[in-house]
Design a protein around this ligand. Structure first.
Ligand code: GLP
Length: 266
């Protein structure tokens, strides 16, 4: 696991965008796993900028989003599909038929989840999966207690997650209680994982997830078992890590001597 401590949110977003861009240069038809939430907004903004100003080409990518609220239609302003359209898809040249976001109105949920898993396999698996982290350590909507081998399925959200998400809804009673989410096992099969987090409110859970025990109580901790994870944090989110000085030193040395090795887990 490589942990990069960026100075601020902008640098975090730029470093994350560099990793996606490098992946796209290596393989223009990359399969991207995408996340929602406030954390990746800067990353998506930077990708849009590079597309517009520098010709970053996303015409061949295939995308799979991590999750979606149950019973929200894709046009609902709080749905994750809507979020992705507004923050990324509308502004780049991705082919709409290559976009996959779990469908919140799926009638046969189990069959839909199996289809989603099969689609990921048919696309050849996810090359790089972008992740944020919830306040309780969840990745996607894998709440504490989720099996570390779990697959795409329906998940009941915790009170904390419902409260955290209430800020986006006019009426707190409208916040969905259920979501369709990729499982921890699904995420662990991505060839590369890029976890991003910013802000002081993530500092404690980041320290638990990255330096604490691997436990289903903090599903992000499963990433310690993944072969290629890069974590990009701003200074606030990294503040409670025990080995902070080492992570900073590695990043500074790489920036100075071998920038191409940033995100290479060396
Ligand atoms: C939701 C999403 C997660 C996301 C988390 C954090 O729970 N399902 O994928 O990582 O929110 O959101 P934020 O980036 O706004 O802190």
């Amino acid at each position: 696991m490589e942990i990069i401590i960026a100075d601020n949110y902008e640098e975090m977003s730029r470093v994350a965008a560099d990793m996606i861009e490098r992946q796209l240069l290596r393989k223009p038809s990359s399969v991207l796993g995408l996340a929602t939430g406030s954390t990746p907004v800067g990353l998506y903004r930077e990708l849009v900028r590079r597309h517009r100003e520098e010709g970053l080409d996303l015409s061949k990518v295939i995308t799979f989003n991590l999750d979606e609220y149950l019973d929200l239609s894709p046009s609902h302003p709080q749905s994750y599909r809507y979020f992705m359209d507004e923050n990324l898809f509308k502004h780049i040249n991705v082919d709409p038929k290559n976009i996959h976001v779990p469908y919140g109105h799926a009638e046969e949920i189990d069959a839909f989840c199996q289809w989603y898993e099969d689609e990921i396999s048919r696309a050849g698996g996810i090359d790089i999966q972008v992740l944020g982290i919830g306040a309780d350590g969840h990745i996607a909507f894998n709440e504490p207690g989720s099996s570390l081998g779990s697959r795409t399925r329906l998940k009941t959200l915790t009170k904390q997650t419902i409260d955290d998400n209430a800020r986006f809804f006019d009426d707190p009673n409208e916040v969905p209680r259920f979501a369709i989410t990729m499982g921890v096992g699904t995420i662990m099969e991505a060839r590369e994982v890029l976890l991003i987090a910013n802000g002081a409110k993530k500092a404690e859970i980041i320290a638990h997830a990255l330096e604490g025990p691997v436990t289903a109580q903090v599903t992000a901790s499963a990433l310690q078992m993944h072969r290629h994870v890069t974590v990009v944090l701003d200074a606030e989110a990294g503040a409670m890590l025990k080995r902070l000085d080492y992570y900073r030193w590695v990043f500074e040395e790489k920036k100075r001597l071998v920038p191409r090795l940033i995100g290479k887990v060396t």
